[in-house]
Design a protein around this ligand. Structure first.
Ligand code: FES
Length: 143
């Protein structure tokens, strides 16, 4: 049911493991299937220097975590925030429709980890829809 890319990230997941002294941690779960995903971030100069994960879940959740951590490494926090579940599923060359919710966990996990970092920095959390706010904060010349 899974394509080769998904199987590769499931069988040989990248960036697995708990991080020592992470700058942000996001833990999310899906109450329906019971799967849990934890994303760890190391942030330097506004960029994701390192990202790792621990996922207790299905093959698609593990593959999504692996791909998501690969996608956000080296990205600015703004860029990492914009990575959607569709982008994760696309980078995996697609997921079966009934497994798309597994990639949603990855998007939510990244958001939770970024907001955990922001909380530790005493910054306002980014809202799912308030994209303009952090663009402005990032140095845009809005208003
Ligand atoms: Fe729930 Fe995959 S079945 S995350």
């Amino acid at each position: 049911m899974y394509n080769e890319t998904v199987m590769d990230h499931f069988m040989n997941p990248r960036n697995v493991g708990e991080m020592t002294d992470p700058d942000g941690v996001g833990e999310v779960g899906n109450p329906v299937c019971g799967d849990i995903m934890k994303i760890f971030l190391r942030i330097r100069d506004g960029r994701v220097e390192d990202a790792t994960f621990m996922t207790f879940g299905c093959g698609a959740a593990i593959a999504s975590s692996s791909m998501a951590t690969e996608l956000i490494r080296g990205k600015t926090l703004e860029e990492a925030w914009e990575i959607t579940n569709t982008a994760v599923a696309g980078a995996l060359q697609g997921l079966p429709p009934q497994k798309l919710h597994c990639s949603v966990l990855a998007e939510e996990g990244i958001h939770a980890a970024i907001n955990d970092y922001r909380k530790k920095q005493r910054l306002e959390p980014w809202a799912e829809t308030a994209r303009a706010a952090h663009e402005e904060e990032a140095g845009g010349d809005a208003e």
